[in-house]
Design a binder for this molecule. Sequence first.
Ligand SMILES: *[C@@H]1O[C@H](CO)[C@@H](O)[C@H](O)[C@H]1NC(C)=O
Ligand SMILES: *[C@@H]1O[C@H](CO)[C@@H](O)[C@H](O)[C@H]1NC(C)=O
Length: 325
Amino acid sequence: MDIIAFMMVFFLLILKQISMIQFKEVLEEKDNGEGQLLHQAVSNNDDRLLDELLSQEKYRKFINCRSGWGIPRTPLRMAASKGHLRCLQVLLAHGAEVDCLDVKAQTPLFTAVCGKYFNCVLALLRAGANPNGSLYNNCSPVLTAAREGDVEILKQLLKHGAEVNSRSKVLLFTSSASVSSGPLYLSAVYGHLDCFKVLLLYGADPNYNCTDAKLLSKIKQPKTVLEMCLRHGCGVEYIQLLIDFGANVYLPTLIIEKSTKQNEAVELLLQERGFPKSLVSQCRLAIRGYLRKINRIQSIDHLEMPSSMINFLQYKSVPTIAMHL
Ligand SMILES: *[C@@H]1O[C@H](CO)[C@@H](O)[C@H](O)[C@H]1NC(C)=O
Ligand SMILES: *[C@@H]1O[C@H](CO)[C@@H](O)[C@H](O)[C@H]1NC(C)=O
């Protein structure tokens, strides 16, 4: 009796599958003849054919249509992930939706960053792509660029207003270490000093990998970036930058390491605890802190000041006057 019932259920299930496949085929026939052709053109990097197709209304209707094996994706997402710049430009010129998400909540910008396609990243940002990627994605373009050490891509993202610290909203939903770590911490651990400095220049918090005070208070023993750099044996350059960018040198508690590099870093920290910063350094931190507060950290280069001062504010050089203070 049981076996018969089981067979019947099984049979019904198979029947349902078949009808669903047929239904899907009908749908695809109706939709995807044109969409498929667009995808093919992008896949072949044939921007001329793509342009020709998109000049016809019949095809343009399918400019944002998702298709393809595995992850269904829009033609723009495909062009971005393959680094097919000219196709990407054609799609944008014909009005493709710039921030369409795939099933993993990845935007075309995010996939271009993953592929390290600088020109595609730039084209997407200029077309108005959200530099933060999607909030529903566990990772962000900035995190990816910081981890991979793509300093030019990172600069462009930040120039276009990307968030420089971890996104606290995501932090609440996931325990993934790479997310809670924050881009500053990732760039240190992966040894990308240039990215580390760029993040600090764009206002990354030098103390915690989280700027949400409420969230911070919920974490039992929040670790400072300084502390994590010491633990991971990051070079003394990282410690120096953190100090220069105003990290609180009194926060880290642990200091138990052996390597020489580590000792050098610890020594620097202890030295810094003994001597307060120079007044010019304090001024620089105060000015930068204020600009960050009013969201104008990117405007430093446009301040009405002698260029030597601006260079100092941007950590490019020490003005001669600072030597005498
Ligand atoms: C990206 O994040 C920053 C910082 O949270 C925010 O100010 C900016 O508006 C976001 N950009 C977009 C396009 O959502
Ligand atoms: C900072 O990153 C570390 C390492 O991933 C994590 O353990 C810690 O909870 C993070 N801190 C905050 C405040 O998010």
